[in-house]
Design a protein around this ligand. Structure first.
Ligand code: CA
Length: 586
């Protein structure tokens, strides 16, 4: 029994200690005692275990999430415990490094929402576009993701690859230093190749937006016109480096036009809104960024979803075969009947050929296999499988949707992806989400609905009382009107009433030297007065008053003649109101 505890403690110590702390240096564990902590902060179960079992003096890294942006006084209170502290640009968090005694002391500080360990995360590479209709989006709709930037938080991007040219396609490529507590900048910008040891991020990025230039477009990404920003954390991704990636994107999104964050990584365990990664993804969502996460490769067992994917504000991507109807065995599953634990959608994630990093060791492990499958194409491309590969299909599709309609919110993008997905018969929601990704359907459903305007001439309104309104032709008025005829009245209390069905209305008329003041009523309520006096007349009629956006349905517009005018030439003695037509928006 004692030995088993030692193994457990050593494992946890290895997880907790991220800076090459040699196992041999770890002293024997002390007896496990309950934590004497009085705190309302949510404590990560893994960090709790580490704090309970870590030997005195062992160095632990963690992240404190506050319920407010940490002030100088908060930083001071944290550093007073003796820990090393790194703060973020935007995220309301502090990265801390210290002994378990020091970390425990932090938990009861005021305003601490949660404390999580800096555990290692996993890239969801299992081994390795016409299907989703992306080519039809380019060819039929002329939409390629132009003007939209996808940030890829991953191992990095090899922007020396012809499909991912640095400067034009990859408009920024940053590297996050592996040790946030070290000296120098935490994020290094402007690096051509940040994917020097893996190749995972290069492969993923080229699926989202690669040009296919290396072989004349044979292997193109989904949003071939979109820009990429590489946020490279290297081969080993930890909670703190992922948070640093989110923080950098949040601080720089405007600078690079970032609308989508693609995340082909995660972990295991339960979802908690207090988890710092989920706090960060929620902030990104609330800032208008579409956050896409991989479901994970822990299937086919149920309840295996990446907990970062469970967050209802992110888009969670399962991996399917290229037949468009089969779910990959490895794709993580949610919980049957559970409202939260399910993927959003399924996208291609089995045997996906995409850009091979020139220096990526991980992706090049299968070079011999690729040579068999792709022939000489394997020089530039690698075949890989995983929800990692499915995720950028959705990220690229989101970029296409946002070019089609830049006004879409992250929630609208998610809703349209769900509505346009192709059902996958035989599978449940917790396995495949809404079904298989349909980029063509998603983009066509994203296009803004063009408001159609119906013109109704003056005769279409109820002109009361009879005889108060007189018709005049253009020859008489000298103003070009909609159908050559306008009506005018200067009888106080005379009204022109239009009943219409739509979402807005505009009164067309003209101002003149004999014109007066009208009152405007919408659905029976007075909404404004319009002074139509002008010293000269225009050449043609135009908008005199226009409503805002109205609830779709039946409405009534009434224009009332007041018989009064601001005309400075008293001799005119007239106060005409002119009605040419109405434009009804549907
Ligand atoms: Ca008219």
């Amino acid at each position: 029994m004692r030995n088993r505890w030692r193994v457990l403690v050593w494992t946890l110590a290895a997880v907790a200690c991220l800076n090459g702390f040699a196992a041999a240096q770890i002293p024997l564990p002390l007896p496990i005692l309950p934590l004497p902590i009085v705190s309302t902060a949510a404590l990560d179960p893994i960090l709790q275990q580490i704090l309970q079992t870590a030997p005195i003096g062992q160095i632990i890294e963690a992240v404190l999430t506050f319920d407010h942006v940490p002030a100088a006084s908060d930083v001071l209170a944290v550093t007073a415990t003796g820990v090393d502290v790194v703060s973020f640009r935007v995220l309301p968090m502090l990265a801390v490094r210290g002994t378990s005694t020091q970390i425990k002391a932090l938990l009861s500080l005021p305003g601490v929402r949660s404390a999580y360990g800096n555990r290692q995360l996993t890239y969801f590479l299992n081994q390795s576009v016409p299907l989703i209709g992306a080519d039809r989006v380019w060819n039929d709709l002329g939409i390629t993701g132009k003007g939209v930037t996808v940030a890829v938080i991953d191992t990095g991007i090899d922007a020396t690859h012809p499909d991912l040219p640095f400067g034009s396609k990859v408009i920024q490529n940053v590297k996050i230093t592996p040790d946030l507590f070290g000296i120098g900048s935490v994020v290094l910008e402007g690096i051509a190749n940040t994917d020097t040891t893996s190749g995972h991020g290069t492969h993923v990025s080229s699926i989202a937006a690669g040009t296919g230039a290396a072989l004349a477009g044979k292997y193109r990404g989904v949003a071939i016109g979109a820009n990429l920003v590489g946020v490279g954390a290297g081969e080993l991704l930890f909670v703190l480096s992922a948070l640093e990636g989110f923080d950098w994107v949040l601080a720089n999104r405007s600078r690079y036009g970032i609308r989508v964050i693609s995340n082909s990584w995660g972990t295991t365990g339960s979802f908690s809104a207090d988890d710092p990664i989920n706090v960060a993804s929620k902030m990104a969502h609330d800032a208008g960024l579409v956050v896409v996460f991989a479901a994970g490769n822990a299937g086919p067992a149920t309840n295996t979803l990446n907990p970062y994917c469970v967050a209802p504000w992110v888009i969670c991507v399962a991996a399917g075969a290229k037949d468009g109807k089969t779910l990959a065995d490895f794709s993580s599953r949610g919980i049957a009947g559970d409202p939260l634990y399910h993927p959003t959608i399924t996208a291609p994630g089995v045997n996906i050929a995409a850009a091979r990093a020139t220096t990526g060791i991980v992706i090049n492990t299968f070079f011999a296999v690729d040579l068999l499958r792709l022939g000489t194409d394997a020089v530039w491309y690698a075949v890989a499988s995983g929800t990692s590969m499915a995720t950028p299909h959705v990220s690229g599709t989101a970029a296409l949707m946002l070019e089609a309609n830049p006004a879409l919110s992250p929630d609208q993008v998610k809703t349209i992806l769900i509505a346009s997905a192709t059902p996958m018969p035989g599978y449940a929601l917790h396995e495949v989400g809404a079904g298989y990704l349909n980029a063509y359907g998603a983009v066509t459903q994203s296009l803004p609905v063009r408001a159609t305007v119906t013109r109704v001439e003056e005769s279409g309104a109820l002109l009361a009382p009879a005889g108060a309104w007189q018709a005049f032709d253009d020859a008489f008025t000298g103003v070009t009107s909609s159908n050559g005829i306008i009506v005018g009245s200067q009888t106080a209390g005379a009204t022109a009433t239009l009943s219409f069905t739509g979402t807005g209305v505009t009164w067309i008329g003209f101002p003149c030297e004999f014109c007066g003041i009208a009152r405007v009523y919408l659905d029976g309520a007075l909404v404004g007065a319009v002074d139509t006096y002008a010293p000269t007349r225009p050449a043609a009629t135009g908008a005199m008053w226009t409503s805002g956006s109205l609830a779709s349905g039946s409405h009534t517009l009434m224009i009332e003649v007041t018989g009064t005018a601001t005309d400075p030439v008293a001799s005119h003695g007239e106060a005409y109101i002119v009605v040419d037509a109405f434009d009804v928006r549907n």
